[in-house]
Design a protein around this ligand. Structure first.
Ligand code: NAD
Length: 542
């Protein structure tokens, strides 16, 4: 077709509340019952075919009711991982040469399917499989994912419009090619939106993908794959393999055509993948692009001029929404003694005591359980360690019960040593730490907080004093990729707060922005000369 198309202008998807009496609440509740009423086959999807993994069977359960099996998935064998790689390679040429408008339309259509007919299914699957409340599922598996799909199309268009200057007598063009090779997308349990964004953003730019979701997120991931296929994604463009990662990685990372890794998950796993790529570096056709968003030890630093109520609410919501299992969750705080002893401590503990975790199908609960037994054991081991710790005092929570689900109570730890592990380690649960400082020490506390943890994902300052805000912004410049002033450091919105951090938190390639998409192109500069010279010698020779 002969036209330079303009893509639709994206707008953030409106968020449903699911308040009592709303039609969307009734419809979501009906879908929860329907999905929970039978066991589902959670197969892999390679070259457009659903295939059963030939490895071990893995039960996918409701974390808040672990006796309830939602479905069974099977690990991919090495030969099935190789089939996925072959499918991605086989689909590359046709996909890479398809018009951008056609590729983009598939993802825009997927966004509409999620906004409409699949909204309940994806939200309900995320609630049941990942133990999210209705509100947390809605902002993740519906709104954030829809936003990723719509905004990425607009960001891609912006990249494609970037062209070089041309002097007289020539035309310089930039061909924003997909990268050489295929992309390996590995996604975490905690966000269905991330599970959707990691394979689709490279695919939008013309790449083909082997996608490995987390087994604990496999229930919602399977719906996602179904939606992409229904939106018209050609066979082999995204190939979903199931099971734990190591065996699959052995095959994928050894392939000479590995073009890039798009990872979100723990720092440990990303470093392992990076190391393996390093060891294999001489065997690849091109240098693989490594994009990873990883762990965090996200903070709030409060100044004595902060508003007590706003600070208490931001701390509680930031720490305990989705059971603290957001990479951006508030897991360390620095509170001035004047506020702490004059109401802040009591107010934070009051809110914490009212937060109720339970079965997420009961909408009166604030949240659900932690994801699995491994997470549960990690948190209970911390509680045991803290029982004999003279430097750290559990002032709320610190208890857990796994008889029905993996429930860990919202926990606040007050510690007197700012170097304590509770200010450095990511627990990824509903656990936050408090360091109380004398008001006059604000500047030195900020300095200490800046570098104590190995991460730099999110963080923020609470203050009314503008000099305090400016000083903290400056001192904490490298301590967070997403920085907040008088707000909790969670809940980044696509197109508004591009997301990602540095240091141990990742490569900071900003999901939900053009900066992420440029990692998935390998530009070719094309010069055409309309008047090539006919004289071989140079004037200075005269
Ligand atoms: P994880 O690292 O345990 O798992 C992530 C993915 O890696 C899963 O699919 C897992 O199966 C896979 N995996 C594990 N070993 C592998 C291997 N050798 N090869 C290939 N794949 C392998 O993380 P998780 O528990 O799913 O998620 C929680 C972590 O993710 C936290 O550290 C959190 O901070 C981080 N996270 C970061 C962001 C961000 O944007 N920075 C967002 C969400 C989550």
């Amino acid at each position: 077709m002969d036209a330079l198309f303009t893509v639709p202008t994206p707008k953030n998807e409106p968020v449903n509340t699911y308040a009592p009496g709303t039609p969307e609440r009734a419809s979501l509740q009906a879908k929860l019952s329907e999905l929970a009423s039978k066991e589902h086959d959670l197969d892999m999807f390679i070259a457009g075919d659903w295939r059963r993994g030939e490895g071990e069977a893995i039960k996918v359960v409701q974390p808040h009711k672990h006796s309830h099996v939602l479905g069974v998935t099977h690990a991919a064998t090495s030969s099935q991982a190789a089939q996925a790689v072959a499918a991605a390679k086989g689909a590359k040429r046709t996909w890479a040469t398809m018009d951008f408008a056609d590729r983009a339309s598939i993802f825009l259509r997927a966004a509409e399917l999620i906004a409409g007919p699949y909204r309940d299914a994806l939200n309900a699957a995320t609630m049941l499989g990942q133990s999210k409340s209705a509100a947390q599922a809605e902002i993740d598996s519906a709104c954030e994912l829809i936003d990723f799909l719509r905004f990425n199309v607009a960001f891609a268009e912006r990249i494609y419009r970037q062209q070089a200057e041309s002097s007289r007598g020539m035309w310089n063009r930039t061909d924003h090619r997909p990268i050489d090779g295929f992309v390996y997308a590995v996604t975490p349990f905690n966000f269905t939106a991330i599970a959707g964004n990691l394979p689709t953003s490279p695919a939008l730019m013309g790449n083909t993908v082997v996608w490995k979701p987390a087994t604990t997120q496999q229930f919602a991931a399977s719906f996602l794959m179904e939606i992409l296929a229904e939106a018209g994604l050609p066979d082999g463009v995204i190939n979903m393999v199931t099971g734990p990662g190591p065996d699959i990685s052995d095959v994928v990372l050894a392939d000479p055509d590995l073009g890039g890794i798009h990872f979100t998950g723990s720092t440990r796993v990303f470093q392992h993948l990076w190391k393996t790529v390093g060891e294999n570096i001489s065997s690849y056709r091109a240098y693989p692009r490594l994009v990873g968003e990883t762990g965090g030890k996200d903070f709030i630093v409060a100044h004595p001029s902060a508003d007590l109520e706003q600070l208490a609410v931001a701390t509680a919501r930031g720490a305990f929404e989705y059971q603290g299992q957001k990479c951006s969750a508030v897991s360390r705080t620095y509170m001035p003694r004047s506020l702490w002893e004059n109401g802040l401590r009591d107010r934070l503990l009051e809110i914490t005591s009212q937060i109720k975790y339970g079965d997420v199908s009961d909408f009166s609960n604030f949240g659900g359980a932690v994801i699995d037994e491994r997470a549960y054991n990690k948190h209970t081991a911390l509680f045991k360690r803290l029982a004999d710790d003279s430097e750290a005092n559990v002032i709320a929570g610190g208890t857990a019960d796994d008889s029905e689900g993996y429930f860990v109570q919202p926990t606040v730890i007050e510690a007197t040593n700012p170097e304590h592990e509770v200010f450095r380690e990511e627990y990824f649960g509903p656990i936050t730490s408090v360091y109380v400082y004398d008001d006059k020490d604000f500047d030195s506390v900020v300095r200490q907080a800046a570098d104590v943890a190995p991460y730099a994902l999110t963080g923020g300052v609470f203050a009314n004093d503008r000099e305090a805000i400016a000083g903290a912004m400056d001192e904490l410049r490298w301590s967070a990729g997403n920085f907040y002033i008088n707000d909790k450091p969670t809940g980044a919105v696509v197109g508004q707060q591009p997301f990602g951090g540095g240091r141990g938190s990742g490569t900071n390639d900003k999901a939900g922005s053009w900066q992420n998409l440029v990692r998935w192109v390998s530009p070719r500069s094309i010069k055409e000369n309309f008047v090539p010279p006919r004289e071989w010698s140079y004037p200075h020779q005269g």
